[in-house]
Design a binder for this molecule. Sequence first.
Ligand code: HGY
Ligand code: MN
Ligand code: MN
Length: 405
Amino acid sequence: MQTVSTVLDSISDVGRDASRGGYSRGVFTSAELSLRDWFVAEATARGLAVETDRNGIVWAWWDATDSRDGALVTGSHLDSVPGGGAFDGPLGVASALAAVDLLRERGVQPNRSLAVTVFPEEEGSRFGVSCLGSRLLTGSLDPDHVRSLTDTDGTTFADAARSAGIDVAHLGRDEEAARRIGDFVELHVEQGRGLIDLDSAVAIGSTMLGHGRWRLSVTGQGNHAGTTLMADRADPMVAAAQVVLAVRRIAAEQDGARATVGRLQPVPGGTNVIASRVDLWLDVRHEEDAVTAQLIERIHGQAQKICAFEGCRATLTEESRSSTVHFDGALQRTLHNALGRSFPGAPTLPTGAGHDAGILGSIAPTAMLFVRNPTGISHSPEEFVERDDADAGATALADVLEDLL
Ligand code: HGY
Ligand code: MN
Ligand code: MN
């Protein structure tokens, strides 16, 4: 049986980003398409029946019974943030493949079918909407809106998906796929310090922090950097800079809040040009959805004030929103019992990150397993998992799947 690390080693050069460091594996880019091919090959080599559905979700089936309805489903994603780590997403997919190997080694005879899945655009890094695949499956997105989403090059989701062989005419709620998910369990690298502090290789997810993404467009007057006196400027970059500081101040004043501006795009973006517009993206999170709403309202109000003073205008557009998720209690108890054999006393852990398991919770019981990341850093090249912990994660996942099959 291959260890998880060996499985991951085989993709360690796919999508390396020489300028940012780490990996840039945008959905349906050549890097992510190579990873999809890798997954199909690994799954096929394990005798799993592989198919890609209307929303671009890849399913690798262990057809243990004559029906796929109510199956046990596990998996994660292969797309990454720009300059991301090697484990966010792929660890869950590789661990699911390794868990299938372990179940076979143990001679497990499933009482229901099992599927290993790969969800597209979990990060929302290319088209802006996180967990795009699972949101399409559950019907929480308008397919026309999704088809028209564009990346920074102006490529639409429809064109990118078509290039990956997906017939975009049928995007959207997938009743058959929803019926097939009896329970969903996702293994994921821990993206904070939780498991370092708890001194445990694995943990069970308890809650997933609610979060949203907004685009703030600050419009001013584009002009010449040399001929425009300072007093004559309506510079959206100056307004945007103040908004970024206001975001930090407003979030710091609210217990438990997290607010980030990780992306800022001046238009046209010339060194000797006063920008005409600056787009910046807000990522705001809090365990109470009402507080997230209040935070974004305060940020928007402050942005309006700053822009009025700077002679600019601000427009806020919501791009995606997810409520805080409390994972299924009964499924969590099953995970606790299953882990009792190899990981007695495995802790539960809230996650500040979003995951497809959070979206799928609207149509089936879902649960998560987290594997220790000794750096406590994620969405960055420093993200890491020790080989032994990766294998411990696969063992934990196999224990859970065995009890649920
Ligand atoms: O942004 C998130 O929380 C996740 O990593 N997509
Ligand atoms: Mn992830
Ligand atoms: Mn991520």
